[in-house]
Ligand binder design. Sequence first.
Ligand SMILES: [Zn+2]
Length: 239
Amino acid sequence: MRAVGIQARSAVPSTTDPLTPIWRPSPNFGPRRDGLTPSLIVIHYTAMQSAAAALERLCDPVHEVSAHYLIGSDGTLWQLVREEDRAWHAGAGSWCKKTDINSRSIGIELDNAGNHPFSEPQMTTLEQLLGQIKARWSVKPSGVIGHSDMAPGRKSDPGPRFDWSRLEHQSIASTIGFNKDPKDEQFHTFRTLARNAGYTADVDDEALLAAVRLRFRPWANGPLESADFEPFGSSTNLG
Ligand SMILES: [Zn+2]
């Protein structure tokens, strides 16, 4: 008979279990520019037939591409570039108005041709790896993105088969809708109200707020607050 109150240990590996990647160094990397450190993690699929083929390509100086990690469909983890270094996986693009994504990110390639689901062992390794990278570099859930997020039109990986909701449910990633800085959203509302009231001149948020305050609340200063919405007959839940 089992004692009441004692829980069976989960067989699922926790995100804190240390991962031991197979070191397969790629010559395709350089230093991160402008003293940048990783604040993003970019997820890719290889669009190749096997992990072996992908490894070869990611380590071939002729192709000038790489990633920090490759995860095989059986969950095997290879590391090709040190996290401190700048791997060549992202290319041209932008996220949150920032460019040079390679200097700001860790790149993870998933062995997948792009037209089939991602395997369970592969997703399990990915979740562990994401948890550990996020802890090492303080990457937020909103910083876990797909290649297609930063290079729309040009790239479509990790593609429609990738299970983002699985990562979102564990707070490993966040949906794009939840991604927004609440402050940005409040400012968006403020800007819309101000525009409807006549403030259509093209200025940045700070200048707009200053102008509205000059007219209606000249004594106010500091960040956007609830009272800034009152001249427009609107109220918000701002503290
Ligand atoms: Zn990619």
